[in-house]
Design a protein around this ligand. Sequence first.
Ligand code: C2E
Ligand code: CA
Ligand code: CA
Ligand code: CA
Length: 279
Amino acid sequence: VKESGRAGWRFFNEGLQEEAHLRLSISIGLRSALEKDEFYTVFQPIVDTRSSVVVGAELLLRWRSVAGEVSPATFIPVAEMNGSIVDIGYWTFKEACRTERRWHAQAGHDAPYVSFNMSTRQMADPKLVERFASIIEETGADPRRLLLEITETSLMADTNTNREIIDKMAGLGMRIAVDDFGTGYSSLSQLLRLNVDVLKIDKEFIQGIDTDPDSGTIVSALCRMSKSLNLSVVAEGVETQDQRNALRAFGCDSIQGYLFYRPMPADELLTAAANSRRA
Ligand code: C2E
Ligand code: CA
Ligand code: CA
Ligand code: CA
């Protein structure tokens, strides 16, 4: 028992050390990743639940580091911690704006809107609104075709400051989405005091629809309430036909998930969108 206990401890310890080491090398790598042009973007289509037509797409960040591809689930938390997320966030926003312009130039009114993520840390940057405004101006993007995703958890962190920031962002003309809705502990009524337009229901609830009756009840109630409050609902992580059918019955507006599309390069997206209209 003693032996295995010690071995277990050593294993645990090495695991921790390895993880700390990994985080450190990611942290160092992130500091030069922008200069070295190691980031790129992919876009995951968002479709209308009833017609399956592509109406928008979420920009998802990718990092090809010297050590290979690193998942955003791994590097975003590190970038939040070391602060590099702030500059990465401005780069990402500029990409979102440029993509909006390009799609609009190519597809006109049929161009999908561009959804993008903003992290908690970036919300605390005092220059945030000013810099977003100047990126919009510089790129000539149409802010009405941009959807800013902020996670429920970061929205609830400091409601008063956040309300101010969100009002200013909305003032720039962008729509605002609550991302990963359901994973935080806020009530819908708390959120509704904020100026938001879209609810993105977290994939945990969506994927629960198949297996857990409570998930279905929650999602159905969210869809109903959102409708009466004039909020648009996006279900994320939709992987099965059953989930899709349930969402259609609930009156959910849009769907994002592997059942329809995986994330893809920007230049493939307009083709997918055009095909979705022909189908
Ligand atoms: P998220 O904002 O919730 O983005 C959705 C994630 O779910 C994406 O993972 C997407 O590929 C994945 N997904 C979409 N459909 C399905 C599905 O049907 N099944 C499953 N299992 N997964 C699905 P990804 O690209 O790995 O991104 C992970 C997270 O990293 C994002 O979660 C977001 O929190 C963060 N992230 C990604 N790009 C950015 C960015 O530009 N800025 C910031 N701040 N965070 C980002
Ligand atoms: Ca998101
Ligand atoms: Ca999400
Ligand atoms: Ca999520």
